[in-house]
Write a protein that binds this ligand. Structure first.
Ligand SMILES: Nc1ncnc2c1ncn2[C@@H]1O[C@H](COP(=O)(O)OP(=O)(O)OP(=O)(O)O)[C@@H](O)[C@H]1O
Length: 226
């Protein structure tokens, strides 16, 4: 198992009390498989991604990323794990306006302290994998919304993550483009052997993912494997 959450509880301060965002959540995601997380607004989906990304430390429970128990790590080590083993795709692409598609990916290598020039080959290979081989030198305003989301996904794969966390990748896209992005994510999950978790409001096409986790009031109420 590449991503293992065991009995994870996360609370936030809420006046004098605590609000329970995650309530003893356990989830295992094997390499090469995609789990969708669904549930109403406020049910804890983003909190689950944040904990899996080691962006937030749970009150209780264990988060194991690529064989490493994250609780055993200091802040700097957690940041290194996040950089090197975790890819995150946020809902909005957040691409830098002045950089071309290839440069957006190369910048990831730069942030990780890897040689930027050597990264160009990998950037072009990944842009090819997401169907944008001929758009490598375009800037964000020269790309469609769906193409920007593909750059966003390719960028998250730049450092060969073991775990890929994706927040609502299809929400800004129409039905057809949303389906194409989901197909892309499933394909990349298989070929790159990532343990992928995707939060979505869109219940269409969920028959194509490997498992669907349903959240309600911070609890994982159902896990259906397809
Ligand atoms: N930083 C925070 N401080 C306090 N409460 C928070 C914080 N982040 C989230 N919450 C609360 O935790 C609960 C779970 O929120 P979360 O964002 O994980 O839900 P969600 O299912 O992702 O919702 P949505 O679908 O609307 O994005 C909610 O009640 C939310 O108000």
């Amino acid at each position: 198992m590449t991503l293992i959450l065991t009995d994870v509880t996360l609370t936030y301060p809420d006046g004098d009390a605590r609000l329970t965002a995650l309530d003893r959540v356990s989830l295992e995601v094997p390499a090469g498989s995609l789990t969708a997380v669904v549930g109403p607004s406020g049910s804890g989906k983003s909190s689950l991604l944040a904990v899996a990304a080691t962006l937030v430390t749970p009150d209780r429970g264990q988060v194991v990323v690529a064989g490493t128990d994250t609780a055993a790590l200091g802040r700097a080590e957690q940041a290194a794990l996040r950089r090197e083993r975790v890819g995150i795709v946020f809902q909005q692409p957040n691409l830098l306006p002045s950089l071309t598609a290839a440069e957006q990916l190369q910048a990831m290598a730069h942030l990780s302290g890897r040689p930027v020039r050597a990264a160009r080959g990998r950037a072009l290979e990944l842009l090819d994998a997401v169907g944008l081989a001929d758009k490598a030198d375009r800037r964000p305003h020269q790309l469609s919304g769906g193409q920007r989301q593909r750059v966003n996904i390719a960028r998250a794969l730049m450092n060969e993550p073991a775990v890929l966390l994706v927040d609502e990748p299809t929400s800004a896209l129409d039905h057809e483009r949303g389906a194409a992005v989901l197909d892309l994510l499933i394909g990349l999950t298989r070929t790159r052997s990532t343990a992928t978790v995707m939060v979505t409001h869109d219940r269409a096409h969920l028959d194509r993912v490997d498992a669907t986790a349903a959240m309600e009031d911070g609890r994982l109420t159902a896990l259906a494997r397809t």
